[in-house]
Design a protein around this ligand. Structure first.
Ligand SMILES: [Zn+2]
Ligand SMILES: [Zn+2]
Length: 335
């Protein structure tokens, strides 16, 4: 794999000359976030945001853990016993339940505990000689190009990396900061995030279908069970039903981003680039979209059998996260 870094190769950059912002309020190479960090009131606000979001993140993780645990207990101790009259159906539901519950919790915990990825020392050493060039090339003017130098970390920033102001560090291929996992979603844990959404979606659909069938079959015609479990069954059915609907949209959106090799941040930026290019009669391509299979393999590793993608694995993704194949350098970097 090549490690050569050419500043001119930055695909999201159109190598435009640096344009001084009209608003003199911000210094030329200073983004609004840098400005906040560099004055007393602003840094106090950023400090409050950072710690406020961290505490909020722990609360969200606790809520999610309690919810998942209750759902798992309810599934194994209330739903499946209702079909214990048939050994085959009972065993199938228990096995499917164990598979879904294990994968759901595995990917959720991995998403929380896996660092999203930071610029590697090897990459930082490689670009050391180009720091001044990178600093000059930096611009945080919306729609122009992302800065190649982080003023906050005072170090070079790889392509696709962004500084998270809650984690207070540069994150490789940053997607977003997720309060539900109290962590950034970046290159190293994006795969766990997508699989977590997948298992949340399939678990919700599974619980919803089983609960509906069991309710119709047993509870509806049995007044005793209805009085005992009716309210809870209806509550869990509504909860899993609404989760299934929400997750269809959210998981579908992340599959689209995965297949087109975009992050949530890049999607906004790419949209802007397409609109701007159209205005001047040109077209704009996402340079990182190098084909569906390669796009998926950049996060999941080599896919020989697609079913393996869904199984639990702690193997890190194949790239360093500091450089990626693009339409122009595809032959130079192999996944
Ligand atoms: Zn940074
Ligand atoms: Zn973050």
């Amino acid at each position: 794999m090549s490690h050569s870094i050419e500043v001119e190769d930055e695909p999201s950059s159109e190598n435009q000359p640096f344009i001084k912002p009209k608003n003199e309020f911000f210094r030329a190479t200073q983004s609004p976030m840098d400005f906040l960090h560099n004055n007393r009131l602003g840094s106090l606000l950023m400090f409050a945001l950072k710690w406020g979001m961290t505490v909020f993140g722990y609360i969200m993780i606790s809520i999610a853990m309690v919810l998942f645990t209750l759902l798992i207990i309810f599934y194994f101790f209330a739903i499946t016993p209702l079909v214990s009259y048939n050994n085959y159906i009972y065993a199938t539901l228990v096995l499917v339940g164990i598979f879904l519950a294990f994968n759901l919790m595995f990917n959720y915990i991995q998403c929380i505990r896996t660092p999203p990825g930071a610029p590697t020392q090897e990459w930082l050493d490689e670009v050391e000689g180009k720091i001044d060039e990178l600093r000059r090339a930096g611009s945080s003017i919306p729609g122009k190009q992302f800065s190649k130098y982080c003023n906050r970390c005072e170090q070079a920033k790889p392509a696709r990396a962004h500084h998270c102001h809650i984690c207070d560090k540069c994150v490789l291929r940053m997607d977003h900061h997720c309060p539900w996992v109290n962590n950034c979603i970046g290159y190293n844990n994006h795969r766990y995030f997508i699989l977590f959404l997948f298992y949340l979606w399939t678990s919700a659909i599974h619980v919803c279908i089983v609960l509906s069938l069991v309710s119709l079959d047993k509870v509806w015609y049995n007044e005793e069970i209805w009085y005992q479990w009716g309210t809870w069954l209806a509550f869990v059915n509504i909860l899993s039903g609404s989760m299934a609907v929400t997750m269809t949209g959210f998981f579908g959106w992340h599959v689209y981003l995965l297949l087109t090799n975009q992050t949530t941040i890049e999607f906004q930026f790419n949209k802007f680039k397409v609109v701007t290019a159209k205005r001047s009669g040109k077209s704009s391509l996402n340079e990182y979209d190098v084909g569906m299979r390669s796009n998926v393999e950049q996060l999941f590793g080599t896919i020989d059998r697609w079913i393996f993608m869904f199984l639990p694995s702690i193997t890190p993704p194949p790239l360093s996260g500091c450089e990626y194949p693009t339409l122009s350098n595809y032959s130079r970097i192999e996944v």
